[in-house]
Design a protein around this ligand. Structure first.
Ligand code: ADP
Ligand code: ADP
Length: 231
């Protein structure tokens, strides 16, 4: 489903060339739930941006659903991203001037889905996340947990092959974070493929696999016992 081979990402800082990702090899099978953990600055976000086709590596190969993404133009990358990947962010990243429903519709507009179907699917997604009656609200009228539910509805709206979440509970209080984590676990049970960055060990334990990254290198990669993952 995802296949990264020998991914190198460097940044130039003054005369220094920093290796942010150092020959990363990483595969994710369909239906897996992978937590990426590691200290701040270890390269987690850069890896996520690479998987999400937001960042292009300096070298290496990346196949998404069997499609070779290296050498694609920016337009081709954007098209593939809009069709295949749903993003969930720490700060929700909802557009403040749009209603919840309009936010959920946005990726469907990019994906070329006609208006009537957008509305129906948007409503269905909001209902799935327990936000069916809040579609007309602006983000500022919603709590953090509600905003993240809208953001998850938005991520799901295009029926993505892959859900990417960067600290999805990081901006939420622990009770609300727990609820959002349960939503993510349900999405996994329903067969969604999820890659999630977290600092939180409890969240990492709820994934089916934990990948530890340090200084741009994968230093550990192990499966959680199903018992723990079902918790
Ligand atoms: P997080 O660990 O929460 O994902 P960020 O990805 O926002 O944090 O940032 C991690 C580190 O990367 C921070 O030290 C930040 O200053 C640095 N950083 C992020 N983006 C850039 C950038 N464009 N240029 C330089 N440093 C950056
Ligand atoms: P993490 O998410 O694990 O905190 P990041 O992937 O955000 O780590 O960052 C890894 C390293 O890359 C950090 O040292 C950060 O400063 C650097 N970095 C990230 N983005 C940029 C950028 N655009 N330009 C320069 N350095 C960057």
């Amino acid at each position: 489903m995802i296949e990264l081979t020998d991914i190198v990402k460097t940044y130039q800082r003054g005369t220094q060339q920093l290796h942010i990702l150092n020959r990363i090899c990483f595969t994710v099978e369909k239906g897996d739930f992978v937590a990426i953990v590691g200290p701040s600055g270890s390269g987690k976000s850069t890896l996520m941006n690479t998987i999400g086709l937001l960042d292009v590596p300096n070298s290496g190969t990346y196949k998404l659903d069997g499609i070779d993404t290296i050498n694609m133009s920016d337009n081709q990358l954007a098209e593939l991203r809009n069709r295949k990947i749903g993003f969930i962010f720490q700060q929700f990243n909802l557009l403040p001037r749009l209603t919840a429903m309009e936010n959920v519709e946005l990726p469907m507009i990019y994906a070329g889905i006609p208006p009537k179907e957008r509305r129906e699917r948007g409503q269905a997604m909001l209902e799935l996340l327990g936000m069916g009656t809040r579609g007309h609200h602006k983000p500022s009228e919603l709590s953090g947990g509600q905003q993240q539910r809208v953001a998850i509805a938005r991520a799901l709206a295009i029926g993505p092959s892959l859900l990417l979440a960067d600290e999805p509970t990081g901006a939420l209080d622990s009770k609300t974070g727990e609820e959002v984590l349960e939503l993510v676990q349900n999405l996994h049970r329903q067969g969604n493929t999820i890659v999630l960055i977290t600092h939180d060990h409890h969240i990492a334990e709820s994934a089916s696999r934990v990948v530890s990254i340090r200084d741009g290198i994968i230093v550990n990669d192990e499966r959680n016992l199903p018992m723990l993952a079902e918790d």
